[in-house]
Structures are given as C-alpha cells and as structure tokens.
Design a protein around this ligand. Structure first.
Ligand code: PEP
Ligand code: MG
Length: 848
C-alpha cells in the first residue's frame, strides 16, 4: 500500500477560493465563474497540475479527505481540466463511489433497473480506463437483467480481484490513471499538435454527481443558444430522461429542447425548467462574455449545471457572435474585432458548402482558391464559354491550365485540375478572379478525348453531369451540395466598419478591370492603389491595333494607331472612375516589354502579316528584332516611355479626358499617374514634362480645369537609393515589391519556383520572398527609400503595391515605417482591413 502524501493539495471551488487557470485549468476556473453567478453547480473540488503531476509520478493523494468534502456516501465524477480546452485530456469517469452497498440503497430509492444500469456503467468504465482491461469484452455487456453479475464476474476473472468496494481506493485509482494517461506519449503528441507546450500540465475536477435519474423529472442534456454554423440565435441541444453525461447526444430517443414537430420537447414537458435554462444561458453570455454550451442534469425536478464550454463555432458563427456581443454591450467593439482572425475571413467572401449537409466526395486535391460552386462538368475552355453563353454554370476540368484557358476560366463557376500546386497557373488566376479552385486532384482520372472523369471509387462523370467544387476544402462532390451564401452580411460589414475606425493605415486594392474595381468597392477599399494598364491591350480588337502601333515605321504611323486606341483607353478609365466615385485611382503607365504583344508561333505571325498587309518575312524579322535576351531588365516601363513617348502621351490624354468626363457626372476626381520601373531622376523629369504638357493641352481643348498627381513606382534598387532626388518630381512613391524583390535578390520572378522549395526547405531563405516580404533586405531598401523621399518632401505619400501588400506581416512593416497605405488584390482587402486594426489595437494595448 502506498503512503498518502499529506502535502498534495486540492481545493473546494467556492466563490472566493484561489483558482488559477494556469494551475487548476480552464474547467475549474469556468466552474468557479458559474458558482459566482449563483448557478446550481454541484459541489466541486479542483486538483492543480502540480498535484496531478505528483500523482502521475507515484505519490498518493488523500482521497478519503477529498471525499469528506462531499459529505456522506457521495458519488463523484472526475473530469480533465487542462489550461486550454483545446488540449483535450483523458475521458471523464462518472459514478465513482458506487459499490455493492450504495447499489443496494439506490435500488431502494431509484428502482433495481436504474441502480443496476449505473453500477454496470461504472464497472465498465473503471475496467476500461482505470484497470486497462480489454474494452471489447466489457462493451459487449449490454444493460439488462444479469448484466451486473456478469460485469462483476468478468472484472474478477480478468484481474483476479473483486471489484474494489472502497470509494477512496476507487477515487485514488481513477486519479492515478487519469494523471498517467496525460503523461503518455500519444496524448503528449496529440496536444502538442493543438499548440500545447511540452510542459503543459493537467488539472482535474472532482464533482458530486447530480444523478439525472430519479422518480420525478430526471435526466441530462446539453443546451446552447446559437447555431454553431451561422452564429444566429437558436436554442439547440438534446435532453434524455433518466440519463447521465452526454448520453442525450448519442441516442435517437433524446428529446428536443424547444417545441419541435419531430418529437416531444423539454420546453413542453418541463416549461419552468426550460425557462430556467434560458436564464442560465443569458447569465453566462452576459457575465462570461461568451456564448456557452451548458451541460445540465435534472434530478427529481432540480436543475444542476455540471459544466459550460465555449460553443464550438465556424468562422462565420465566430464573427456573428463577436459582433452580436459587442452590439449588446457585452464586450467592447475592440474586443469583437480582436476575436476574429484576419486570415480566416477569406472563407466568408465566397459561397461555402454547408457543413451540415451531406458530402459525396469524388476527388480530393489542394484547396487552391476558397469558395464553392456547383455546375455542369466541361473539359475544354470552348465548352466553358459555350456554357456561359447559354447561361449555364459550369465547372472547368483540365489536366492543368495555360494562358489560353483564361477566357474559359472567366466563363466557369469553378476550376478543377489534375495537376499543379498552390502557385500553378490555375491556382493563381482563380484566386485573382475569386473563383473556387482545386488543383492537384491526382486521385481522379481524366479522359480528355472521351470527356469523362473517373472518381477514385470508379464512378464515371461525363460532360454535362453536375458536380460541386469546394475550393476551401479541396474536394469535388457529386451533384449539387447545400450551400451557404457569402457572409458579407450586416455583421461582416459592422465588424470591418469597427476595424476601419481603429486602424491607422489605408487599404487600397490593385484593380485592373471594372469588375476588379467593383469588387474593390464591395470590400470597401479606400481606392485603387495600382491599375495595371497593359491588360487593357490584350483584348482581341485592341491587340490588332496594338500590333499596328508596334510595327509602325514612323512616329506619325505610331500616333495614328495610338489615336485609334485612345477612345478605347479613355473608356476604360471612365468606367473605373465612375465605379470608384471620387475615391483615388492610381494608374500605372504601360509597363511590359512590347514583344509580349506579338504572336509567338508561325501561324500567329502569318495572321499578323495578313492583318498588317505586310510580307511575312518582314513581320518575322521585326518580331525577332524586338526579342530581348532578358526582357524583364530590358525595354519596358519608363524606358519605353522615354524612347517611344507617344504611348505615354496617349495614356495621359485618355486619363485626363476621362477625368473630365467622369467628373461631370459625379464626384471630382484627382487621378494619380504612376511611372513604372524608374531608376533615374532624369527619367521622371522627362516623362513629367510631357505629361504636364498633355494635361495643359487637354485643359485648353476642353476648357475645363482638373488636378492630378504624378508619382513613381519604386521597383528598382536604384530608385530606392535615389528616392531623395526622385521625390523632387514625385508626389508619391509606391513600392512595387515584386520587381524590387526580383532585382534585390537578382532572382527571376518567373523561374524562382524551380528551386524555391529546396531553398526554403534547406533553410537558405526563411520564406519565399515573393510571398512574405523580406524585411531584412528588401525591407531595408523600403525604409531607405521612404526616409530619403520624405527628407525631400515631408508630405510625400508612401505605399506598397506588390503582392505582399495584403499580408498582415507586410502591413505591420509598412505601419511601422509610416506608410500611408498598402494596396492588395481586391479579395484580400477585408483581411487587410482587419489585420491593420489588430495591429493598431495591439500596439495601443502594449503601450498602456
Ligand atoms: C511590382 O513589381 O511589385 C508590381 C506591383 O508590378 P508588376 O507586378 O506588375 O510588375
Ligand atoms: Mg513591377
């Protein structure tokens, strides 16, 4: 017999007892709060982690003294209480203290059958969890006549001892087995996955059993007051008469809580008890500042609250609950904002498969772009376009996508590919378009010729069959799944409105097209931080004119082609300005090398020769002459603007004419014109002189005045270093961190993918610098450029517009560097707004 260690402490939970979450665990603390709220919690004792650790290493707690806290002949339960509920813990054990004598008493008060059932259940769980006997043999024994004798006989057979009759010995053994289970390797690994530190301890809670069986109304159940998927008010849960623990959740026979067509409910059977539960829920919400799920029992009409845990919730529900608590004055709006994780927002911007509905999975892959859509299967981009023309939603399935699939992707509701990863073509384009996308679904087989998809279980789906693609989970499902609409509801807007009030850095969107701009507006971006104009020239009718311009033999010919592009370009800007309604729009002048607009194969060149009415040989020769060995470092950006000034002249004219036209209809517009790829002050001087001249010409011609800003995109290291002198001619500097990263590292944006994984795996780079801003190197250039620019011009506007713009880490960096705004893709705007608010609120809290 081991010696009892008198120094092992435990404490009865009373309103004033010293209960510390880090020592006694979350459950003990929560129970103390419930006790302080005067809820009917049965008597409870808490064991701190130090005691439990000592028990695990062989010390013995004074279980008899502990049982004395509960009075005469108690039955108790033991539950785990780690510091964080997510870390789990060993299974709860109920009815400790039950022995032959107590069974006989119970048989008199509650009837033989009920007493037998409780005793059988206790012996079973003791045998399995404490004596560690074969679960199968014990679980086979079902309650009923003879079950008790059988379970006691089996216990004796397996252990060579009778079932222990001393309640103190039972409790001591239960505590020992739970303490040891927590120290086991698999339990340790499991909780570490959930974020527990290696030294995380376990508190335990010993509680008087509230029986849930009796002559009057008796039973047990759980109740919560919000829907776990939507977060909207809704009483859910179950109640089962003559039951214990979470039995009510395991059986069809359970009662509903509120009146329900499907069967009898607690509300009808015991309206006063139901009303009391509602009151408990309201008290918990108000005082614990959380939506709680309450575990309760009713013994002969008396309610007891055994436990309360935070309601499990989806992101959508979490957002709704936080906003509702703040609106009701339970928590301040700051706390509501901090309760929602910025990165989690992206799943709310799209349709989602309802997690409560059935899922018939036919393929699995990488969740490359969030959201879900249903539609008819199509296997080619042409079929996708035809389907869109018929007004039918379709899901485009390809082995992988290529640039020529972009129109097909535009026409589809979602995209599924057999190959590819997070940065494959399909994934990148789909994220930009906000389309759900699953890539690398290699467990399906595609037959592109027969146009059929064979699922891993052998089922075959043909073109026209309907499937659902879940880009958030990386799954394709058969048929039409139940959907939840995007959660851009009132709560979503309210949370972001609060976030906007707390944040101290602007958020704009990168938007090239009217549809991007509309998305930017929907997500309440404060303007467009980067409009890349080159995309506007890729449309079919414009491409032809563009090519005529490229092949022009003289400035006059070039000007004539550009004159045809002018109205189209003006129209683009009018649309953008109209949509943005006076919010700032920053337009970047033409950036890419010209050869990107030329056909790449012989057929294309022949077509071009026909369109231009020139010999094929001449067109081929001119195209070859335009090719560059290293185009990203060649004739692009401002260099084109200097050497072929007509292009920028046309664009400036289009911007200013659109400004006048759009301003006549709505809010005054001050367009921001941005020069890309600058490396020298002189480039800016030259372009600025010409743009000022175009502005003067447009003003004179239209007899209307307007204002505009001219700025520089800092994307070469030299521009960052010389920002001081460049700022003499620029009202704003916007850091293009894509090119700046490329040029700082000397790392090709287009080819780095080949070795980036190895580089990150080998720890050469901590992260891919094209995804996470390199604050040490590229960041130093940003700081230098910002400081030198502001030294020249105090009111210089500073921003960042590369892909990094939406990352919370980059926003943090830009805030600290005193930038005015970040600009990111429209679908990242909500996350950026929330992340910026988190940063500001955390700063405020730490400076208090
Ligand atoms: C950049 O270089 O960071 C940028 C935003 O421009 P682009 O990606 O168009 O080169
Ligand atoms: Mg760039």
């Amino acid at each position: 017999m081991q010696k009892i260690d008198p120094i092992l402490e435990f404490v009865e939970i009373t309103p004033t007892a010293r209960i510390v979450p880090d020592e006694h665990g979350w459950r003990s603390k929560c129970l103390q709060r419930l006790i302080r709220l005067d809820l009917p919690v049965p008597k409870t004792v808490a064991l701190p982690a130090a005691t439990v650790r000592a028990i695990a290493s062989g010390h013995v707690v004074n279980a008899r003294a502990m049982l004395e806290v509960f009075g005469d002949g108690p039955l108790v339960s033991v539950r785990p209480s780690p510091a964080n509920p997510d870390w789990g813990g060993p299974a709860t054990i109920l009815n400790i203290g039950l022995n032959d004598a107590r069974h006989a008493q119970l048989a008199l008060t509650h009837g033989e059958a009920a007493a037998d059932a409780l005793y059988v259940r206790f012996v079973q769980s003791y045998a399995i969890h404490v004596a560690r006997l074969d679960p199968d043999a014990f679980e086979e024994i079902k309650p009923g006549p003879g079950a008790l004798a059988e379970v006691l006989r089996l216990y004796r057979n397996e252990t060579d001892d009778p079932f222990p009759q001393d309640p103190a010995q039972q409790l001591s053994e239960v505590l020992r087995s739970m303490a040891r289970a927590w120290e086991g390797t698999s339990a340790r690994l499991l909780r570490q996955v959930k974020g527990a530190p290696p030294e995380a301890g376990l508190g335990l809670v010993v509680q008087a059993m509230a029986q849930g069986i009796g002559q009057g109304i008796s039973g047990s159940g759980v109740i919560q007051f919000v829907d776990p998927v939507t977060g909207l008010p809704q009483v859910t849960g179950r109640y089962l008469g003559q039951s214990q623990g979470r039995d009510a959740l395991k059986t069809e026979a359970a009662l509903y809580l509120t009146c329900d067509k499907r069967g009898p409910s607690l509300e009808e059977v015991a309206p006063e008890l139901f009303a009391e539960l509602l009151r408990f829920g309201a008290v918990c919400r108000q005082r614990l500042r959380e939506e709680m799920q309450i575990e309760f029992t009713i013994e002969d009409g008396r309610l007891a609250v055994l436990d309360a845990v935070k309601v499990q919730r989806s992101v959508r529900a979490g957002l709704h609950i936080a906003v509702a608590l703040a609106r009701d004055g339970v928590i301040p709006p700051q706390e509501a904002v901090l309760r929602v994780e910025p990165r989690a927002l992206s799943e709310l911007l799209h349709h989602q498969v309802d997690p409560r509905g059935p899922r018939d999975v036919i393929a699995r892959g990488i969740a490359a772009s969030p959201g879900a859509a249903s539609g008819k299967l199509v296997f080619t981009s042409d079929a996708a376009q035809a389907s869109a023309a018929r007004g039918e939603a379709c899901i485009l399935v390809r082995r992988e996508t290529a640039p020529e699939d972009i129109r097909g992707m535009h026409s589809s509701a979602a995209v599924l590919t057999e190959r590819g990863g997070m940065t494959s073509h399909a994934a990148v384009i789909a994220r930009g378009l906000g389309l759900p996308c699953v890539v690398g679904a290699s467990d399906m087989r595609l037959d592109m010729r027969e146009r059929k998809l064979t699922a891993s279980d052998g089922r075959v789906f043909h073109e026209g069959d309907v499937i659902t693609l879940d880009g958030s989970k990386g799954q394709a499902l058969a048929g039409v799944a139940d959907m939840l609409p995007p959660a851009l509801d009132d709560s979503f807007r309210q949370l972001l409105a609060w976030a906007d009030a707390f944040r101290d850095i602007g958020i704009r969107a990168n938007a090239d097209t009217p549809s991007d701009a509309a998305t930017a507006r929907r997500f309440e971006a404060q303007g467009i931080g980067l409009c890349r104009t080159e995309h506007m020239f890729f449309e079919e009718e414009r491409l032809v004119v563009m090519r005529e311009m490229i092949f022009a033999n003289s400035p006059e010919e070039r000007a004539a082609a550009l004159a045809r592009l002018l109205p189209m370009q003006r129209d683009d800007f009018v649309q953008l300005f109209d949509i943005m309604q006076g919010l700032p729009v920053c337009i970047r002048l033409f950036d890419p090398p010209l050869h990107e607009f030329l056909p790449h194969d012989r057929d294309g060149l022949r077509g071009l020769a026909e369109a231009l009415d020139r010999p094929l040989s001449e067109v081929t020769r001119r195209a070859d002459a335009l090719r560059e060995v290293n185009p990203m470092l060649g004739m692009r950006g401002v260099r084109l603007g200097v050497v072929l000034p007509e292009i920028y002249n046309m664009q400036a004219q289009a911007i200013f004419e659109a400004t006048i036209e759009s301003a006549q209809r709505g809010a005054p517009i001050v367009p921001e014109v941005m020069i890309p790829l600058v490396s020298a002050k002189r480039e800016v001087e030259m372009v600025k002189a010409r743009i000022d001249a175009v502005a003067a010409m447009v003003r004179t011609h239209a007899k209307v005045d307007f204002d505009y800003k001219l700025g520089v995109m800092v994307e070469t290291p030299r521009a960052a270093l010389r920002a001081g002198e460049i700022a003499q001619h620029a009202g704003f500097l916007s850091f293009g961190t894509n090119d700046l990263t490329q040029m700082t590292y000397g790392l090709s944006r287009d080819d780095a993918g080949r070795f980036m994984n190895s580089y990150v795996q080998l720890g050469v780079f901590p992260e891919d610098p094209f995804h996470i801003l390199d604050v040490d190197g590229v960041g130093e250039l940003l700081l230098m450029g910002a400081e030198r620019g502001r030294a020249t011009r105090k009111d210089l506007t500073l921003s960042i517009c590369g892909e990094h713009g939406g990352n919370p880490e980059s926003i943090d960096f830009c805030r600290r560097a005193g930038f005015d705004y970040v600009s990111c893709s429209p679908y990242r705007v909500p996350m950026a707004r929330l992340a910026a608010a988190h940063l500001a609120l955390r700063d405020q809290a730490s400076s208090r």
